[in-house]
Design a protein around this ligand. Structure first.
Ligand code: HEC
Length: 237
């Protein structure tokens, strides 16, 4: 047998049992390369746990039947900083060493029986994974009161879409989005802006289901940003 072929086999079999982060699907089709190092870039601004990480975990992981506080799968609750950091899996989050943490392992899995969130829920996209990596490598701190939310900025791309992505896409994305409503792109969000449901659901108005479902209402600032964007014509800006 050919030596080169044997070597190839060896390399392949090694690759198969290593837990390398995979380039996985991105809801926006933006190829964002994951940061696979554990070195925080000093020029990176501090990730805000309260507004950037917690809503992401709440909507993708802490839904009922999964990792909420009522009946948490494997006792792992991902609904608050205290619960996340005092998990029964003590390597769930390894501060300063994201790629040793169990959370990174499961969100970057390619095996459908192991990846979190489990299909049919959509996997986290690379921008979301990068945020979690950065947050962990920056020390997995409980950064609060650091909301970058500013009611005077309300463009779709820079302001509205990140809010929706963090708070809604855990359920409203993928092949089977909740209520058949996908909120991953402009067209999907525009449809709900135009039929009144976007503002009705986030402002908890009578006649609409309160969103994000079973989770705390979004901050007044975030709701104002979305409202101003809708009122200004819901443009793709
Ligand atoms: C944890 C899962 C989950 C999250 C997070 C979530 N939704 Fe929903 N959403 C659902 C489910 C399930 C339904 C359908 C059942 C219902 O109405 O309660 C739904 C229904 C809706 C509807 C239709 C409601 C109606 O009254 O017709 C809209 C619009 C909506 N969601 C928007 C949002 C927005 C905007 C966000 C983020 C701010 C969000 N959802 C976050 C699960 C979720």
């Amino acid at each position: 047998m050919n030596k080169l072929f044997l070597m190839g086999l060896l390399v392949l079999s090694f690759a198969a049992c290593k837990h390398e982060p995979e380039i996985i699907g991105n809801n926006n089709n933006n190829p964002i390369v994951p940061d696979t190092t554990n070195t925080p870039d000093p020029s990176d601004t501090l990730i805000c746990f309260e507004t950037e990480i917690l809503p992401l975990l709440n909507s993708n992981c802490a839904m009922s039947g999964c990792h909420n506080a009522t009946n948490p799968a494997e006792g792992i609750m991902l609904d608050s900083y205290e619960h996340i950091m005092n998990s029964p899996r003590n390597d769930l989050v390894v501060a300063g060493n994201a790629w040793s943490s169990e959370m990174l392992e499961v969100i970057t899995e390619t095996d459908p029986d192991k990846i979190m969130p489990r299909p049919p829920a959509a996997p986290l996209n690379q921008a979301q994974i990068n945020l979690i990596v950065q947050w962990m490598n920056q020390g997995a701190q409980n950064t609060t009161g650091c909301s970058g939310c500013d009611t005077t900025s309300f463009t779709f791309v820079a302001n509205v879409q990140p809010i929706i992505q963090a708070n809604c896409n855990g359920c409203h994305s993928g092949n089977f989005p909740s209520a058949g409503i996908s909120l991953v792109n402009y067209a999907g969000i525009l449809a709900q802006a135009n039929n009144g449901k976007l503002l009705g659901t986030i402002n908890h108005l009578t006649g609409y289901s309160a969103m994000p479902k079973n989770q705390p209402q979004m901050s007044a600032c975030e709701r104002t940003v979305i409202q101003k964007w809708v009122q200004a014509g819901a443009n793709n800006n």
